[in-house]
Design a protein. Structure first.
Length: 178
């Protein structure tokens, strides 16, 4: 964030102080400031990721779709599968694919298993944009370079515990958490 836009104090810590003053030391101020910090970090990271992806004509959401297609066995997936894997509404997945198709990063082809549906197929141009964006995100250490690899692992584990408790996915004990 540009230095001239920074606040001279931590507004989340201040909110925690005000929370405790209003509802007492035994309130859930720790949970509130932690949750609010997570949401703010998500905003900061997404802003950085969108700026990086933007250098390659992408948004982070479109980049994620390209990565998903690149990871698929045949470089193609249905709109439903893309929405499911990106955890977005099918309409959002369709919109993402339409934008990628307009840019030449994916082709839309008929789905042989569903006459009403289409498959998104990553193109060579899409693969090149995805690889270039990935290199830039890795160079930026995904915005987490200030944390050691051990701290990144601990943070992932803590956040994963929250996701497991929220039934975000079916936990597979054989994956070792990764």
């Amino acid at each position: 964030m540009p230095k001239d836009l920074r606040l001279p104090f931590d507004p989340i810590a201040r909110a925690g102080e005000l929370w405790r003053a209003r509802w007492g030391e035994s309130s859930q101020s720790g949970a509130m400031v932690t949750a609010t910090s997570i949401m703010r970090v998500q905003q900061l990271l997404l802003g950085e990721f969108d700026a990086i992806a933007g250098r390659h004509g992408l948004t982070f959401a479109r980049y994620e779709a390209l990565v998903l297609l690149a990871f698929s066995r045949e470089g193609r997936l249905s709109m439903g599968r893309i929405g499911e894997r990106l955890m977005v509404h099918p309409t959002s997945a369709t919109h993402i694919v339409q934008r990628l198709a307009a840019q030449g990063f994916v082709d839309r082809v008929a789905n042989p298993d569903d006459r009403r549906g289409a498959l998104a197929v990553i193109t060579d141009t899409g693969r090149e944009a995805m690889e270039a964006t990935t290199a830039d995100l890795e160079a930026a250490q995904f915005g987490l370079g200030m944390l050691s690899s051990e701290d990144q692992g601990r943070l992932f584990s803590l956040l994963r515990d929250v996701r497991v408790a929220a039934d975000d996915f079916v936990e597979d004990p054989g994956t070792g958490g990764r």
